[in-house]
Every structure is written in C-alpha cells, then in structure tokens.
Write a protein that binds this ligand. Structure first.
Ligand SMILES: Nc1ncnc2c1ncn2[C@@H]1O[C@H](COP(=O)(O)OP(=O)(O)OP(=O)(O)O)[C@@H](O)[C@H]1O
Length: 352
C-alpha cells in the first residue's frame, strides 16, 4: 500500500516561535521527497506533523485526499526510521522486526513470516536469530528499516537515518535504501543535512529555510536552475557572479550569475574566451583524486572556483601565476533574477 501525501499551508508554533510558516507539498504515491536545510529550518517538525506527533496551528495534512489531523500516530499507518535505530537489545533481530505486527495483533506464524520477508528484503535474511548488539551499524540501520516496513505502512518517514554512519557506509546505504524504496514503491519523506544524500536518493528535494520551502524540484533542476543564491550555494558549489546587461526592454538589468565550478575550463590567454571568462592569479591548486580544484582571484576580487578533469594539463600552474578560465557554453550559466531578466544569458555579462 502506498499513498499520496498532501500538505496544505501548514503553520506550527513551538514555544513563542513560528517554526513552520506555511508549508505545502504534494507527494505522489511512491515518490521519494527529501527535506534539505540547515539545522533549525523545521525539517523534523514537519516530519512530526506528518507522523501525528506534532499538531498544527493551521493548515492540513491529507493521506490520499483524506484529512488525518485528528488521527493519533498509531492510526496513521506511518513507518518511521530515526537516526538512533532504537532497536530493543533484549529481542532478536526477527523479534524486533515483528514488533509492530504484535501491536497490530497479528498471529505468531504470520509475524514470523512477515519478519523473515522484511529481513530478506534488506538482505539480512540469515540474521533472524541474532541480537542487535552483534550487528554492525549499517546492519542495525537496515533492521530498523525492515521494522518500519513490516506493518505495510502507506508512507515511510526517514529522519536522518544515516547521520550516525561513517561516510563510506552512508554512501552504500543511500543506494541500498533507494533500491528497497523503489522495490516496495512506498511514498517516502526523508530529512537530511547532506546534499549529496538528498540528490542521490530523491525524486524531488525541498530546500527548507527558516520554516519555508524555498524551492522544491527535481535534483537536476535545483542544481541547474536555483531560484536564489541560497539554493545555489546549498546544493553543490557555485560561483555567484554579479552580472548586468540589457534585456532589450529595460536599459540595465542586474542579476547574479551561477557558474558551476565544473563548467569552467582552462583557456589560453590568447584564445577568444567569450563573456564568461575569469582571469587572475591562482590561489590554490589541489588534486582531489577524480578532479583538480583550482581557485583564482578574479580581477574584481571575486574568488573563482574551478573543478577540472583529472586529465587536465596543469603542468606549470603554480600559486601566483595568472591563468584564465572560462565557461565556453553560455547555456550552462544560470542567471538568478534580481529584476526580470528571466535567464537571458546572451544579453547579460559579468560586472567588470
Ligand atoms: N518544543 C520546542 N519549543 C520551542 N522551540 C522548539 C521546540 N522544538 C523545536 N524548536 C525549535 O524549532 C526549530 C526547528 O526545529 P526542527 O527540529 O524542526 O529543525 P530541523 O530543521 O529538523 O533541525 P535539525 O537539522 O537540527 O534537526 C529550531 O529552531 C528548534 O530550536
């Protein structure tokens, strides 16, 4: 079973502060949406609203079009995985997974069967009789996921479930959880601080800032067409360049150009570079395995970051030497509108 989730203009006050300031979202059945934002932006509060652990001042939460605000948490049929897996240490892995089914008064044979199926799903079928203490962090995490899915919930909530894992394991688990989520086809709302995790796992990402959604879109669109500088810097690295020009209607328009570091390449000083070229002394060159990171100080004092392919010829490039980098395809430059240029990159250029 999977459901459509609708959140309509939800406001929540905690203590004296307005924490959610009118949040709306439509998640389709089976969709994976991640809430991404700085600490304190209200992500967990929104998850708690959906789980029924937090009431709202105003606004609505609907599951498949049905208002659930008056339903207590245990009647919402929501599966939740928290950062702390909260497995019961005295129970076996299988008993942990079967626990929600006991609460749902299912018979012992059925509980065992479903628990085994769920453990098979997360690739821990042989661990049924083990105690949680004998499992690794990643395995415990998967047991928690199996337990959250055991009662066949309509929606899955993941509240930073991987925050306690180390980087390598986290990356493996991201792919693993995504695989399981797609296999089960369950509508999922996740919370994370980690932008790479959000991009890897989600169909759509909602960027939250101070209790509001700034932009909710597919990861590619957020990355290529951020609505403002906050989103541009939050998702990946961005050179934000003050730019101005003529859009054919008004004499001078101003905007901020978003130039991604990987869209810049080294160019020879005598080659025509186009308008998106930056020149100045190198302040950093560092090899990062799959890329080189190069930073330079542009003529007007802006720090420009470039990410160059691993086969770039960087011989002779040293700190202090003048180089020129350019984005040779202007369609990769995105203009954040200060007035009304609407991304007319041809008519706008960096402020010299
Ligand atoms: N009971 C409370 N009373 C007053 N303020 C609260 C209460 N609970 C949370 N807050 C505040 O609400 C804001 C949002 O908290 P929330 O946990 O939703 O943010 P978050 O985006 O999930 O943050 P994090 O990433 O750190 O978990 C924070 O500023 C927090 O201090």
């Amino acid at each position: 079973m999977t459901i459509a989730l609708t959140i309509q203009d939800v406001h929540v006050t905690l203590g004296q502060s307005l924490i959610l300031k009118g949040v709306s979202l439509d998640a389709n059945p089976g969709e994976f949406v991640t809430l991404l934002g700085a600490s304190g932006s209200g992500k967990s509060t929104l998850l708690n609203v959906i789980a029924g652990l937090q009431g709202v001042d105003s606004g609505h939460v609907l599951f498949d079009g049905v208002n659930v605000e008056k339903r207590p948490p245990r009647k919402r049929n929501v599966g939740v995985v928290f950062q702390s897996y909260a497995l019961f240490p005295h129970m076996t892995v299988g008993e942990n997974v079967a626990f929600p089914l006991r609460a749902a008064r299912r018979g012992s044979a059925e509980r065992k069967k479903v628990a085994q199926e769920m453990l098979d799903l997360v690739d821990l079928g042989s661990m049924f009789d083990r105690k949680p203490v004998s499992l690794s962090g990643g395995q415990r995490q998967r047991v928690a996921l199996a337990r959250a899915l055991a009662a066949n919930p309509g929606i899955l909530l993941l509240d930073e479930p991987m925050a306690a894992l180390d980087k390598q394991l986290r990356e493996r688990m991201q792919v693993e959880i995504k695989r399981i989520q797609q296999q089960v086809g369950i509508t999922t709302l996740a919370v994370t601080h980690d932008q790479a995790e959000a991009m890897t796992m989600s169909d759509r990402v909602a960027i939250m800032h101070q209790g509001r959604f700034v932009q909710c879109d597919r990861p590619e669109n957020l990355y290529r067409r951020p609505v403002d500088a906050y989103v541009a810097s939050f998702l990946g690295e961005a050179n934000l360049i003050e730019a101005h020009g003529d859009d054919g209607r008004s004499p001078v328009v101003t905007g901020t150009a978003v130039v991604r570091p990987e869209d810049l390449s080294l160019t020879r000083a005598d080659a025509p570079a186009g308008r998106w070229a930056f020149e100045g002394p190198v302040t950093l060159l560092s090899f990062q395995g799959s890329r080189y990171r190069l930073e330079l100080l542009n003529v007007n004092g802006e720090r420009i970051v470039c990410s160059l392919g691993p086969h770039t010829d960087v011989s002779g490039i040293v700190v202090g030497r003048h180089v020129r980098v350019a984005c040779l395809d202007p369609s990769l430059v995105h203009i954040i509108d200060h007035r009304s240029v609407g991304g007319a990159v041809e008519q706008i250029e960096p402020v010299a």
